[in-house]
Structure formats: structure tokens, C-alpha cells
Design a protein around this ligand. Structure first.
Ligand code: 5GP
Length: 131
């Protein structure tokens, strides 16, 4: 079955896009732990991160690093945290989470934002990227 992230890649579901290459896509998480919480995904649909072929895995990590460097400039935080979970969406993805404290990696405390704020945040992050 097509994953919700493949539907985002195909443009069938909207997203607040951060960056896109031929093989990867980054967009804001719709239910963020913190402002700027971003998901980086391979366009190739594979459920588990470590089942990706080595080239795609390394490419995703390199892409995530580039997104994280821009994210850190755009959003005030102590550092960018990285999580890989995948219990909700069976399409490999890297969570990049701007951290103030350990609370931000617990996937319990959620940030509510209006659509305009998601839009502004996405634009701010994009302006700091070199992808
Ligand atoms: P995980 O699979 O790593 O447990 O969590 C999946 C993540 O994807 C969650 O943080 C959730 O908020 C996010 N997510 C689920 N559906 C959508 C969606 O349709 N759009 C966006 N932007 N994020 C989503």
C-alpha cells in the first residue's frame, strides 16, 4: 500500500516543503514536537531505515545533515536532535528536532501552530539552506 509520505512526494497530499532533490524530500512534521521539527525521507518507499540500500541510506544521512545545518541557523535552539522511530508511518524517515531540552525528544509535548506559522517557518528554514 502506498505510504502517506509517498502521497506527499507525488503531491497528492500537501506539505510544508523544506528541501527536495532527485532522491530525497524534507518537510515540516504536521504534529511537531518543537517548532521546526522536520522529516527527511527517501523518495524510494522502504519501511525501515536500516533496510535501505547503502547508497540511499548514506544519501539520506547526508541530505539530513544539510537540512539540519540550515535548520539550526533558522530556529533558535540548543542543538538539532535526531530520531528514527517509524512506528506510525512505514516509510523510512529521519526526524530533525530543534531541542531546548530532553522534553522535545519525548514525542509527548506537541507544538500547536496555525498554517501561516508553518508557512513562515518553512520559508525561514529554506532561506538558510544550501541544497
Ligand atoms: P513515526 O512513524 O516516526 O513514529 O512518526 C511519524 C511522524 O510523521 C509523526 O511525527 C507525525 O506527526 C508525522 N506525520 C504523519 N502523517 C503526516 C502527514 O500527513 N504530514 C506530515 N507533514 N507529517 C505527518
Amino acid at each position: 500500500m502506498t505510504s502517506i509520505f509517498t502521497k506527499i512526494i507525488k503531491g497528492e497530499i500537501p506539505c510544508y516543503k523544506i528541501a527536495e532533490t532527485e532522491d530525497f524530500l524534507a518537510f515540516l512534521d504536521i504534529n511537531p514536537n518543537a517548532k521546526g521539527h522536520t522529516l527527511c525521507i527517501p523518495k524510494k518507499e522502504v519501511d525501515k531505515l536500516f533496510d535501505l540500500d547503502e547508497e540511499t541510506y548514506n544519501g539520506l544521512m547526508s541530505f539530513s545533515r544539510q537540512v539540519a545545518l540550515g535548520l539550526e541557523k533558522a530556529v533558535s535552539c540548543n542543538r538539532i536532535g535526531v530520531s528514527v522511530i517509524g512506528l506510525e508511518v512505514p516509510h523510512a524517515h529521519v526526524h530533525l528536532i530543534p531541542l531546548q531540552s530532553m522534553e522535545d525528544v519525548r514525542f509527548i509535548k506537541k507544538e500547536k501552530m496555525p498554517p501561516e506559522e508553518f508557512q513562515e517557518l518553512a520559508e525561514a528554514i529554506r532561506s538558510h539552506l544550501e541544497i
